[in-house]
Design a protein around this ligand. Structure first.
Ligand SMILES: [Fe+2]
Ligand SMILES: [Fe+2]
Length: 129
């Protein structure tokens, strides 16, 4: 029987959400740019790690929508990198406004809908075994 570690995904999602909260907090409290950039880099690095984990699990479980799902991951990372680039050039006043474009909501929606499909697939394959 192949072992698929779906709790790993769940755990990483929780970690990601708490990192988002920390970053949002830092912006709201107007912490230093250095601190904020550091948190942004951490969020992006962790998101990449998480996507890689998820892609490995999708491959292992034979998830049929893997290509489309990987595409969505790439889009979210591109979006984050693009915005990070922009944040370097905006002044204090515009910073918070630009920061509001950070794709948090889209990542959370991705977790709730697209990632949910992977979990369902894993559950169904387990039941068939
Ligand atoms: Fe995910
Ligand atoms: Fe995903």
């Amino acid at each position: 029987m192949k072992m698929i570690d779906a709790p790993e995904i769940e755990q990483q999602h929780q970690q990601l959400v708490s990192m988002f909260e920390r970053l949002n907090d830092a912006v709201r409290k107007r912490e230093s740019r250095e601190e904020i950039y550091e948190l942004i880099d951490e969020v992006i690095a962790y998101t990449r790690l998480h996507f890689a984990t998820e892609e490995r699990i999708m491959a292992q479980s034979g998830y049929p929508e893997i290509a489309a799902h990987k595409d969505k991951h790439r889009q979210l990372i591109d979006e984050a990198l693009h915005l990070k680039e922009k944040l370097n050039y905006v002044g204090e006043e515009m910073f918070t406004e630009w920061f509001n474009h950070w794709p948090f909501a889209r990542v959370l929606a991705h977790i709730q809908y697209a990632d949910k499909q992977i979990e369902l697939h894993i559950k169904q394959s387990r039941e068939k075994e």
